[in-house]
Design a protein around this ligand. Structure first.
Ligand code: ZN
Length: 305
């Protein structure tokens, strides 16, 4: 979910104010994304045991060799299997992935309640995210999709920067997540979430940034990328557009650090509504998660191509 700070129903941990906990990864400023309709994000049950500190890692690019000979093969050396640029369409590109929330957030509410400046207002460092009725957490879903996506992107030649590399930690704060991707100078980035909307509501929503200063230069590109993501999700997954929020599956948001602070083209995808039984039945499956990853990869290739 992408929390709407300052609105009823969001910010499960309230405003930390001056007395916020001091946490290592709380340094700086960050954003918290959680749920659209204000439900969900943070209302879930604790899953796994507490994890260690949140890893903030920028994995080195995997030096995967060209699929069928070097793309720089000298002229005249053409072989029957000459390399196709399409085989590694993301070679040389950097892609940021932010799997929203973290499994350890459930065990450290004081830490994630710390307030960060998201570019327009104070916002909670992070939230727990929502969960299905069956207890599958959004944090786990986000990480599972991110893991599939990372593999797809690397297969296609991209260098991938993840804001967390396990589901056992706490944080990092949403502003720090934005900084990680900004500092990596990613060519494009996606924040992965699932919503905690009304039980009767279905579908995915793509949250897009609104100009507020730091993100001014990437508004148009983010909107274009959002359109690519929308088309790819409709074509490659059984999830429909949201029928309870946004317009045609798109919703601009000005209250999220991940979007407000981004200096690279980025959208936040609520891949479905975990509080809806039909959506949840899809969200919990590896098949659907792989479909989402493939759709996001296709959108990224289209956007960067
Ligand atoms: Zn979320």
């Amino acid at each position: 979910m992408a929390d709407r700070t300052g609105r009823p129903g969001s910010g499960r941990f309230g405003r930390g104010g001056a007395g916020t906990a001091v946490v290592p990864w709380l340094a700086g400023v960050s954003l918290a994304a959680c749920g659209l309709a204000g439900a969900g994000c943070g209302a879930a049950r604790p899953p796994a045991p507490p994890g260690a500190a949140a890893p903030v890692v920028s994995p080195a690019p995997r030096p995967a060799p060209p699929p069928s000979g070097p793309a720089t093969a000298p002229a005249g050396s053409a072989s029957p299997a000459s390399p196709s640029p399409a085989a590694r369409p993301l070679a040389g590109k950097i892609v940021g992935i932010d799997p929203g929330h973290n499994g350890g957030n459930f065990t450290d509410p004081g830490a994630i309640a710390g307030q960060i400046w998201n570019g327009t207002e104070w916002e909670a460092c992070d939230t727990t995210g929502t969960t299905t009725d069956g207890g599958y957490t959004e944090a786990q879903f986000n990480f599972d999709v991110a893991t599939y996506l990372e593999a797809d992107l690397r297969r296609d030649g991209a260098r991938v920067v993840m804001t967390r590399t396990s589901n056992d930690g706490t944080g990092p704060c949403v502003n720090t997540r934005a900084e990680i991707i900004n500092n990596a100078r990613a060519d494009v980035a996606v924040d992965i979430h699932a919503d905690g909307g009304p039980a009767a509501g279905r579908g995915f929503t793509i949250l897009e940034p609104v100009a507020d200063g730091p993100d001014d230069q990437v508004i148009a590109a983010s909107a274009r990328f959002g359109g690519d993501v929308r088309q790819a999700l409709l074509a490659g997954t059984p999830m429909p557009e949201s029928d309870y929020t946004g317009v045609d599956g798109i919703m601009p948001r000005d209250d999220l650090a991940g979007l407000n602070l981004t200096t690279v083209p980025k959208v936040l995808v609520e891949c479905g509504n975990m509080r809806n039984a039909t959506d949840a039945a899809l969200l919990v499956t590896a098949r659907f998660q792989q479909q989402v990853a493939a759709a996001l990869t296709a959108a990224i290739v289209r956007f960067l191509g």
